[in-house]
Design a binder for this molecule. Structure first.
Ligand SMILES: Cc1ncc(COP(=O)(O)O)c(C=O)c1O
Ligand SMILES: *[C@@H]1O[C@H](CO)[C@@H](O)[C@H](O)[C@H]1NC(C)=O
Ligand SMILES: *[C@@H]1O[C@H](CO)[C@@H](O)[C@H](O)[C@H]1NC(C)=O
Ligand SMILES: *[C@@H]1O[C@H](CO)[C@@H](O)[C@H](O)[C@H]1NC(C)=O
Length: 538
């Protein structure tokens, strides 16, 4: 696991355990460089340490001014910002020897005559990364919605009641005669919930999951992604990311010291009826991204924002490459139950030889339409989940008990009736299908070209035929889709999301003609959206 801390140029940093063992130290690059201190908890750590830094006796201990002398857990939870430089520390054996309690971390720093580094500067430097550039799209667009009060088809959640069975369960938990329902529960997941999740997925992936070791409950799928990437990234590790991507993947990779390598889905056709299945990655290009530095690939199926449900052949192609290069897969499957006939969701963990290298991520928010509860999970082999548990334990520690209990009840109820059409895991897609088709129809009627999604509840639409109706010059953003969506919010009263936010720096132009709308909205609001657009173009 990597921990990051920003340190001024000219410093050397090293980390020691309570046993006085120097773990690692490395020089800094020239110029204004920040450094990264990290811990790697896992079997690979010791070997990697030697490979990256050479034998430990070559590590130079320099002037020692004590920076922190904290128990390791505290260090992990305190020191977590963005990685920016060439220093990396590994803790090879600590975990296995059970020496956590008496392990200590000491920062040893040296001044190289440029004013050097002192504790205060280190602290200040670690805060200055917090510039506007790092604020997410969502934060900015929620602000815009508050100000202009448009009809909001931006964010991905229903504007109507969540299914009664889960909300009733939560209400009952609040009044439960078991006083412990309102208190801390097991850190890696409330027992009733991990049992339900293990039972559910054991059935779906045809393998017996150990609820205590192969399931982790997190603060939304978001934290499962974060813990996966923090827990499994060493400095310089490459993660392959398919564009467009859920926008937190990249900062999460970077804050763990990793490097995103991008490959874009591109539509085979852009006129007539376009479906999410038309968006494909180039296989040669995908192959060329894998190399010795690859740590893994992040996939998202069903996909946000395109709605693509990856095919068996596509997943097998990716699986083959991950096996060839012996790398990981993080499979973000939060929309797993929202798939439209005749398409089928395929879990990459079920392909031969893939379970052992895959962390699969799910979300109660998306599964039960309760995004405000922020309960998610990861499942996968115990040795991979271990690193996530360490990150989780030292950041979130434990998720809320009542919501976990209620989600567990939701799973138990739905598992009973998996084969029935009223099972929520089936009925949700059936409820969304007419909304999808209605949105596609009105977008077409106003002259946009929608991509019909095979799954999920987002729709991309090419709005470029309407460009002459938008005063793009009134907005200042670099990318046209940002200008379009902001102008529409302010002047037409309809908010969508600019999809270039879901691309790396190189490929943004691929998405500038598009807007993303969400259709898990009340029929009356979808009708209102249609009306707004039709009035605007007429
Ligand atoms: C692809 C994808 N992954 C993860 C998440 C986050 O899920 P959660 O709300 O459970 O944190 C979202 C939410 O929009 C998403 O679209
Ligand atoms: C709630 O759960 C019960 C018991 O499984 C089921 O009969 C009922 O249909 C569910 N209600 C809804 C609205 O799905
Ligand atoms: C994946 O590898 C298997 C075994 O080598 C091969 O049979 C299959 O064709 C490959 N699939 C794809 C899509 O590349
Ligand atoms: C969007 O649609 C226009 C035609 O209306 C087309 O020329 C353009 O290539 C499309 N954009 C993309 C990125 O596909």
């Amino acid at each position: 696991m990597l921990m990051a801390h920003v340190v001024p140029a000219g410093c050397q940093v090293q980390v020691e355990t309570g046993r006085g063992r120097v773990l690692a130290a490395a020089g800094l690059g020239a110029g204004r460089v920040a450094a990264v201190a990290g811990l790697l908890v896992g079997r690979q750590a010791h070997r990697r340490l030697r490979r990256v830094h050479g034998p430990r006796r070559n590590l130079r201990a320099l002037l020692t001014s004590e920076f922190h002398f904290l128990p390791m857990d505290l260090f992990i939870s305190k020191v977590m910002p963005v990685a920016r430089g060439p220093l990396k520390f590994f803790n090879p054996r600590n975990r296995r020897e059970g020496g956590r309690e008496n392990s200590k971390i000491t920062f040893v720093t040296e001044s190289k005559g440029d004013g050097g580094c002192d504790v205060d500067r280190m602290k200040i430097n670690s805060l200055t990364i917090n510039s506007k550039k790092y604020l997410s799209l969502t934060v900015e667009y929620i602000q815009l919605a508050l100000q202009y009060k448009p009809l909001n088809l931006g964010q991905g959640f229903p504007d109507y009641y969540a299914p009664e069975n889960v909300t009733n369960a939560l209400a009952a938990v609040a009044k439960s005669d078991n006083p412990l329902m309102q208190q801390y529960t097991r850190g890696f997941g409330h027992p009733r919930l991990v049992n339900a999740i293990a039972k559910f997925y054991s059935k779906l992936i045809n393998r017996d999951l150990d609820p205590n070791k192969e399931v982790l409950v997190t603060a939304g799928a978001y934290e499962a992604l974060y813990s996966s990437l923090q827990g499994h990234t060493n400095l310089g590790d490459e993660w392959i990311i398919i564009e467009p991507f859920f926008d937190c993947y990249v900062p999460m990779v970077q804050s763990a010291g990793g490097i995103p390598r991008y490959i874009a889905l591109k539509p085979k056709s852009t006129s007539g009826t376009v479906t999410s299945g038309d968006w494909v990655f180039d296989r040669k290009e995908m192959e060329s991204l894998f190399n010795e530095k690859t740590k893994g690939i992040i996939i998202n199926t069903p996909h946000n924002p395109i709605g693509k449900v990856f095919t068996l052949d596509e997943l097998q192609f990716i699986a083959n490459l991950t096996k060839k290069w012996n790398v990981l897969v993080i499979s973000d499957e939060v929309y797993e139950h929202i798939v439209y006939e005749p398409y089928k969701h395929i879990r990459i963990a079920t392909l031969p030889g893939m379970y052992e290298r895959t962390i699969t991520i799910g979300s109660a928010g998306k599964t039960f339409s309760v995004t405000g509860w922020k309960i998610g999970w990861a499942y996968g082999p115990a040795n991979l989940l271990y690193n996530l548990q360490v990150v989780h334990q030292n950041s979130v520690y434990t998720c809320t008990t009542p919501t976990q209990e209620a989600v567990a009840i939701g799973f138990e109820l739905e598992m009973e009736r998996l084969e029935q059409p009223d099972c929520y895991f089936r009925s949700l897609a059936m409820e969304l299908l007419p909304k999808r088709d209605y949105m596609a129809k009105f977008l077409r009627e106003v002259g946009m070209v929608p991509t019909i999604p095979e799954g999920g509840y987002f729709m991309l639409a090419n709005w470029s035929a309407l460009e002459n109706k938008v005063k793009l010059h009134e907005e200042t953003d670099e990318n046209k889709d940002y200008r379009f969506t902001k102008w529409m919010t302010k002047n037409v009263g309809l908010q969508g999301i600019p999809p270039t936010a879901f691309y790396g720096p190189e490929h943004k132009t691929l998405a500038e003609d598009y807007v993303r709308y969400c259709f898990i909205k009340k029929d009356e609001n979808l009708k209102a959206a249609a009306k707004i657009l039709k009035k605007w173009v007429s």
